[in-house]
Design a protein around this ligand. Structure first.
Ligand SMILES: Nc1ncnc2c1ncn2[C@@H]1O[C@H](COP(=O)(O)OP(=O)(O)O)[C@@H](O)[C@H]1O
Ligand SMILES: [Mg+2]
Length: 221
C-alpha cells in the first residue's frame, strides 16, 4: 500500500469572498522532500494552515496519513506532522527556549524518554542557542526565535516536516547546518514540504517541485 502523508481531493478554500484554492488534488508521500513555490499572496501559508488544521472550513477532503484532517485532534495531528510557521513567534510555546523545548518534547512525543535532557542539549548546541536557553523569549531577536523553532523541529526528527520559509532570517552558517540536517533526514527516508524563495539552495535535495498558481497546485516540470 502507498504510504502517503498528505492526500487531497477536490479541495476548495476561500477567505470570505476571496477564493484561495479551487479543485486542488495532490498526494505527497511520507518519504518525499517537496518544494512548494508560488508568488507572494498565492496561498503558501494558507496551505500550511489547512494541512496543520488551523483552517477547517474547506470543502473536499484533506487526509493526513489515513485520517481526514478535521477528525484529528491537534495533538494527534502533531504526532504525524511538525509545522514550522513563517511567523517566528508562533513557533514558541514556552517563556524561555529551554522551557519551550521541554513543552514540545512532552506534548508531541508518545513516550516520555529518559534521554530528553540530552536531546534538548543537542538541539540547543546544533543551532547555537545554548547561551540563550534561559533567556525570556521576548528578549530574543527574530533570527534567534527562528533557531528555537528549528531546535523544536529537531526534537521531532522522525515526523514529516512542514516548513514555511525555514531559512528566512538566518545567516549562512545556520542555513548550512539546517541543510545538513535535511540531508541526514533524506538518508533516513524522512520527508518534508518546504516553502522557500531560496529555491537554489534546495535544488539538490528535493524530489519534486510544486507551484501554486491560479488557485491550483501544479507539479513543475
Ligand atoms: N486570515 C485571513 N483572512 C483573510 N484573508 C487572508 C487571511 N490570511 C491570508 N489571507 C489572504 O490570502 C491570500 C494568501 O495568503 P498567504 O497564504 O499568506 O500567501 P503566501 O504565504 O503565499 O504569501 C492573500 O491574498 C492574503 O491576503
Ligand atoms: Mg507565506
Amino acid at each position: 500500500m502507498k504510504n502517503s502523508i498528505i492526500r487531497i481531493n477536490k479541495m476548495k478554500f476561500r477567505y470570505f469572498k476571496k477564493s484561495i484554492f479551487e479543485d486542488v488534488n495532490l498526494e505527497i508521500m511520507k518519504n518525499e522532500i517537496v518544494l512548494l513555490t508560488g508568488e507572494s499572496g498565492s496561498g503558501k501559508t494558507t496551505f500550511c494552515r489547512l494541512i496543520s488544521g488551523l483552517e477547517k472550513n474547506y470543502s473536499g477532503e484533506i487526509f493526513i496519513s489515513k485520517k481526514e484532517n478535521n477528525s484529528y485532534t491537534a495533538k494527534e495531528r502533531f504526532m504525524e506532522i511538525s509545522y514550522l510557521k513563517q511567523e517566528v513567534s508562533g513557533n514558541i510555546l514556552g517563556s524561555t527556549p529551554e522551557e519551550d523545548l521541554q513543552i514540545s518534547q512532552n506534548r508531541f512525543n508518545e513516550e516520555k524518554d529518559t534521554s530528553f535532557k540530552d536531546k534538548r542539549e543537542d538541539a540547543l548546541k546544533i543551532y547555537k542557542i545554548e547561551s540563550l536557553k534561559n533567556q525570556p523569549v521576548w528578549e530574543l531577536s527574530g533570527g534567534q526565535k527562528k533557531r528555537v523553532g528549528l531546535a523544536d523541529l529537531y526534537l521531532n526528527f522522525n515526523k514529516f516536516w512542514l516548513l514555511d520559509e525555514p531559512t528566512a532570517g538566518l545567516d549562512n552558517g545556520i542555513i548550512n547546518i539546517f541543510m545538513e540536517i535535511l540531508k541526514q533526514r533524506k538518508k533516513q527516508n524522512l520527508g518534508a514540504l518546504i516553502i522557500s524563495h531560496r529555491q537554489e539552495i534546495f535544488a539538490d535535495i528535493i524530489h519534486r517541485k510544486l507551484e501554486i498558481k491560479q488557485n491550483k497546485i501544479w507539479d513543475v516540470q
